[in-house]
Write a protein that binds this ligand. Structure first.
Ligand code: GAP
Length: 475
C-alpha cells in the first residue's frame, strides 16, 4: 500500500486471519463430528435430504426441507445484510439464469470451463482425473472396480446445455449459468448509471448456478445445482491489491461474526498454476470439513478481464469515466464468491456438539445441540405447553401468536417436555418458552430456557417480547 492518502484505498478491517501457503496440508484431522452424523441429522430433522428419493434419488441433487429452507434463507439474509444493507457502496441484482450464449463465449467458459475426465474401460465409471491421488506418478486403480485400464484424459465442459423455443437447433442453444458473476459484468454500465454509483462500488447477487460436476460428492458440498452469493467490486486499477486484502479480511470477519470457530477457518493463497484464466491473485477461504480442509469461498482479483472481454465481444464500451480524476478506465474487479450450500454445511458442522446433560428427572443423558448463531438458527423460539392439556393450550397458543409476527416461532406440544427440549436443541433453537399450570393459575409468566447454558428464567408474558429482543442477537 502507498503511504500517500488516496480516498479510493480502503482501510483493511481488523481480523484474526490464519493464512496458509498454497500447498498447506488438507487433512482435516477432526473427530468431533463426521459427515455421516450431519447427513443423518439433516435427513431425520428434514433439513436436507436426497432429491426425488422415492425414485432412488438423483446424484448431486438435494432438497432442503422446512428447517433447511430457513437455514439457507438466514445465510443469504446475513450475507445480503452485510454486503448491501449495511453499506453505501454495494447494490443488488437478480439477473436471469438464461443469458445470451455469447456471454459464455466472451467469458471463456465455452472454451475453458472444463475438468479433466477419465473413464475406466473396465466398468465405464467416470472420474475427475485431478481427484484421483496418483500412485508412483500414475493414476491409481479404479476406485469402483480396481482395474487399471484408464481412457485418455478428456476436457469435459461443466456447463449444462439446454434449448430455448420449440426446436433443438444449435442456434437455439443456451447454457444454464455456471456462476452468477457474468450478469454483474454484462449489466455493469446499466446498474452503474441507474444507481449513480461511483467507483469503487460493487454489485451483489444471490442465485442458482448449475455445473455438470463429474463427481458430485460430500453431501451438499459439491452438487450440480446450487446457490451462489457473489459480489463484484469495481475499483480503479492500481488500487486492486489493497481492495483484495480488504475483501479477504471482510469475508473472514463475516464468518467469524456468525460464530464460525477460528480453528476451523483459514485463508489459503492460490499457487500461480492454480489461478483461473481471469485472475491475477486468488485466495480460498477454507473450512475444516470433516472430510478435508476445502474451499468455502474464493476471493479473486479478476483484473479488468471480464469488462474488457465483454466490451470487445459485444461492441459496447464498458469503461468508466472517473469525473473526479478526469480519467476513463476499465475498472478492475475484486470478487468474493461464496456458495450458500457449502456455507450452510460448514455452519452445520461447526455448530454440532454432543454433550452430557442432566434431564428434568435428574438422569444424565447425551444431548445433541446445534450451537448455531441466533441469526442463522432456523427457529428462534419454541413455545412448549408443559403437556397437551385443555387448560394450557389457549395460553400457549396466545404466547405463540404474540411471538410469531416477531420471530420464527415453532409450537410443539407432542411428547414429554424433555424430549421436546432435545428436539429443539438438535436444530439449534436458541430459546424454549414453557407454559405451565402456574402460568394459567397464578402468575401469567413463562419459563424461558436458554439452549446453550440450559438455565431457565421466569418471565412475565407481557415482558416476553422485550426479553427476547434483549437476548436474541440477530444483527
Ligand atoms: N464467479 C467465481 C466462481 O464461481 P468458484 O470458486 O467456481 O468461483 C464460487 O465458485 C463458490 O461457489 C465456491 O467457493 C463454492 O462455495 C460454490 N460452488 C462452486 N461449485 C459448487 C458446487 N458444484 N457445489 C456447491 N457449491 C459450489
Amino acid at each position: 500500500m502507498t503511504d500517500v492518502f488516496d480516498p479510493d484505498l480502503p482501510t483493511v478491517p481488523d481480523h484474526d486471519i490464519v493464512r496458509v501457503e498454497p500447498d498447506a496440508p488438507t487433512a482435516a484431522g477432526r473427530d468431533d463430528v463426521s459427515m455421516e452424523t450431519i447427513v443423518e441429522l439433516c435427513k431425520r430433522r428434514g433439513i436436507v435430504f436426497p432429491s426425488s428419493e422415492i425414485y432412488g434419488g438423483l446424484r448431486g441433487a438435494w432438497d432442503y426441507g422446512p428447517l433447511g429452507v430457513a437455514l439457507k434463507d438466514n445465510v443469504k439474509a446475513s450475507w445480503k445484510r452485510a454486503m448491501i444493507q449495511l453499506r453505501d457502496d454495494i447494490v443488488g441484482l437478480d439477473a436471469s439464469i438464461l443469458m445470451h450464449p455469447r456471454v459464455w463465449e466472451a467469458s471463456g467458459h465455452v472454451e475453458g470451463f472444463t475438468d479433466p475426465l477419465v473413464e475406466c474401460r473396465n466398468c465405464n465409471h467416470r472420474f475427475r482425473a485431478d481427484h484421483l491421488a496418483p500412485v508412483d506418478g500414475e493414476l491409481p486403480p479404479c476406485p469402483n472396480c480396481g482395474a487399471r485400464d484408464w481412457s485418455e484424459s478428456k476436457a469435459f465442459n461443466l456447463m449444462f446445455k439446454t434449448f430455448v423455443g420449440p426446436t433443438e437447433d444449435t442456434s437455439d442453444q443456451v447454457w444454464l449459468r455456471p456462476e452468477t458473476a457474468q450478469a454483474m459484468f454484462v449489466d455493469f454500465a446499466t446498474v452503474q448509471l441507474a444507481s449513480r454509483s461511483k467507483v469503487p462500488f460493487g454489485i451483489a447477487q444471490v442465485g442458482r448456478s448449475f455445473r455438470n460436476e463429474i463427481t458430485p460428492r460430500n453431501f451438499i458440498f459439491r452438487v450440480r445445482e446450487f446457490e451462489q452469493m457473489e459480489m463484484e467490486f469495481f475499483v480503479r486499477p492500481g488500487t486492486d491489491e489493497a481492495w483484495h486484502e480488504y475483501w479477504i479480511a471482510s469475508r473472514w470477519n463475516w464468518y467469524r461474526g456468525l460464530g464460525m470457530r477460528a480453528e476451523n477457518l483459514r485463508i489459503r493463497d492460490h499457487a500461480k498454476d492454480e489461478l483461473s484464466h481471469y485472475a491475477k491473485a486468488t485466495v480460498d477461504v477454507e473450512y475444516r470439513f470433516p472430510f478435508a480442509w476445502s474451499e468455502l469461498e474464493g476471493v479473486a482479483n479478476r483484473t479488468d478481464f471480464d469488462l474488457r472481454s465483454h466490451s470487445e465481444a459485444s461492441g459496447r464500451d464498458l469503461s468508466y469515466f472517473d469525473a473526479e480524476r478526469e480519467e476513463r478506465y476499465l475498472p478492475y474487479v475484486i470478487e468474493p464468491a461464496a456458495g450458500v450450500d457449502r456455507t450452510a454445511l460448514a455452519f452445520l458442522c461447526d455448530a454440532y456438539r454432543e454433550e452430557e446433560a442432566v434431564s428434568a428427572a435428574g438422569k444424565t443423558e447425551r444431548r445433541v445441540v446445534l450451537a448455531l448463531s441466533h441469526a442463522l438458527a432456523p427457529v428462534k423460539v419454541a413455545v412448549l405447553p408443559l403437556s397437551r392439556n385443555d387448560k394450557l393450550t389457549p395460553t400457549a397458543r396466545e404466547v405463540s401468536a404474540l411471538l410469531k409476527p416477531r420471530y420464527a416461532t415453532q409450537y410443539d406440544d407432542a411428547g414429554s417436555i424433555g424430549k421436546r427440549y432435545r428436539r429443539q436443541d438438535e436444530v439449534g433453537t436458541p430459546y424454549c418458552v414453557t407454559v405451565d399450570f402456574e402460568t394459567v393459575e397464578a402468575d401469567r409468566a413463562v419459563t424461558v430456557r436458554d439452549r446453550d447454558s440450559m438455565t431457565q428464567e421466569r418471565v412475565a408474558i407481557d415482558r416476553l417480547p422485550g426479553y427476547l429482543e434483549e437476548h436474541l442477537q440477530l444483527g
